[in-house]
Design a protein around this ligand. Sequence first.
Ligand SMILES: *Cc1c(COP(=O)(O)O)cnc(C)c1O
Length: 404
Amino acid sequence: MTLTREDAVSLDAGDPLAAFRHRFVRPSEDVIAYLDGNSLGRPLQSIGKVWASFAADQWAGRLIRGWSEGWMELPQVVGDELAAAALGAAAGQTVIADSTTVNFYKAVRAAINLRPGRRKIVIDRDNFPTNRYVVESLAKDLGLEIVWLTGSEDTGITVADVEGVLDDQVAVVTMSHIAYRSGYLADAEAITSAAHRAGALVVWDLCHSVGSCEIELDRWQVDFAVGCTYKFVGAGPGAPAFAYVNTAHLDRLDQPIWGWLGRQDSFEMEQGYVPAAGIRSMISGTPSVLGILAVREGAAVIAEAGIGAIRGKAQALGEMTIALADDWLAPLGFTLGSPRDSARRGGHVSLVRSDARELCAELTQAGVIPDFRTPDAIRIGLSPLPTSFTEVWDGLDLMRELAR
Ligand SMILES: *Cc1c(COP(=O)(O)O)cnc(C)c1O
């Protein structure tokens, strides 16, 4: 039985998170459905207000004095706020800084430094390009061997896949918690403990899971994690990323980009680098204050809604998307490029057909904005806070029209 538009309207009426939609700036009239919140989240209204008042009161008012009146601590303060809202991490282990790419480089290199003598890095073929390239660069510079894993779209990388390649030469295992193409949600806890049993460390990329599903970094005993804040956290294009280092490693943390702001007593301008105590030494240079203030708004709205409720809505939106795709799109030649089991699926659904690139362009023209991933996938991003069931229904309805 096909879900009707009335069904979608009543799902919205019963949605406990419905009120959060109004916290976001309304899109322009030509947008029928925004289904790409997994690439760039929509702006919260509060962000513009925070920025305007910061510019007027803090920046203009305090000028350079602002740095010693709290701006310099913002990477850690807001890191802790995001950690509490979305990462399952106690205070003192998270900073907001740099981009995911840079933090990933620092984290993997720091993990390698904690496992001297071991020569291998394990990573999956379907990982996001930046992760693959950074690992290739590190392997080239340090003379390490890369062990590539290949998962299927349905099952992604399993614990057994990882266990199959672990030995006493593996320094680091690194993977995305949610695969960027298929949306497959990896079993981060089990993979982490398998790596630990072999004496290796893990670096998780949380770009697609932060703000879309539950993360328990401390409980899972994750060593390092990084992720971006412009997808489901909604902090805006190019907003700074985060880096998490488990307390267990902070004493011996040795990340490769030794900058003045990660040094002890930065403003003494001493010769030679001595890392600051704790997570501060993950920082290299001057923080993006405006970016961090936007992360703070995103973290606050996630904390208020509750990550459990957000995950619940993401799953419900995913179920509706798959039900409609089965009814409307499968007969038109689409296949599902994501796990059917919602427990193993993150906040987006991939639909595959050979002309996905052209169809995506036509959809965007017509006001339905999903995104295209080579070679043949359309990703339907289901950002739970700003997206309604009706919006997704309308978007897929147009997709069926155009796909015919
Ligand atoms: C989006 C994304 C990135 C982006 O990295 P940037 O440095 O922000 O460009 C990295 N890794 C994964 C898994 C992503 O999904």
